[in-house]
Design a protein around this ligand. Structure first.
Ligand SMILES: Cc1cc2nc3c(=O)[nH]c(=O)nc-3n(C[C@H](O)[C@H](O)[C@H](O)COP(=O)(O)O)c2cc1C
Length: 152
């Protein structure tokens, strides 16, 4: 099973979560920043895991551009899971979160969610992550690996 974890990150927190998730897949997991991967290349992977910081309730502009540029034919029937990082502030709940938006876009292009969208918490915009979130990210990755092992 070839697994690609793609993330965007302004302050490094989403990068840390992405790395922890990819560790759950051992040598099968590749982690890449959104700006370092060609959207047309994702068809080469069996499972895609996408994560972005939440900005105004959405993924970053670079992430939205990337999602738009993925050719539909490389997403049809492709297993995926989406995550985001988000602030704990109450006001943030009003706008919604990036992971659900990523999932909706991927589903509209034919992707198949293997796991519900998940959020990981930062204490403030620049971080750090809340205590225990790295461990939770690793566990989340392991659960996705278990579910995916039944598919592949
Ligand atoms: C421009 C901007 C907009 C943001 N909007 C939201 C938001 O709508 N909801 C939320 O929960 N957090 C919001 N945040 C906090 C980010 O989610 C937080 O900076 C991010 O999780 C940190 O991840 P990173 O270190 O990978 O960039 C915002 C941060 C920035 C810089």
């Amino acid at each position: 099973m070839k697994v690609l974890v793609v993330y965007d990150s302004l302050f490094g927190n989403t990068q840390k979560v992405a790395s922890a998730i990819s560790q759950a897949f051992g040598e099968e997991g590749i982690v890449s920043k959104i700006t370092e991967i060609d959207p047309s290349k994702i068809g080469e992977f069996d499972l895609l895991i996408f994560g972005s910081p939440t900005h105004g309730g959405w993924p970053t502009p670079a992430f939205q551009k990337f999602l738009k540029e993925i050719p539909s034919e490389s997403l049809k029937g492709k297993s995926f899971a989406a995550f985001d990082t988000r602030a704990t502030a109450f006001i943030a709940r009003v706008f919604g979160y990036a992971a659900k938006r990523i999932a909706d876009i991927l589903i509209s292009k034919g992707g198949i969610p293997v796991f519900p969208p998940e959020g990981f918490l930062v204490k403030a915009s620049k971080g750090p992550l809340k205590e225990g979130e790295i461990e939770r990210a690793l566990e989340w990755g392991k659960r996705i690996r278990e579910v995916s092992a039944k598919i592949f």
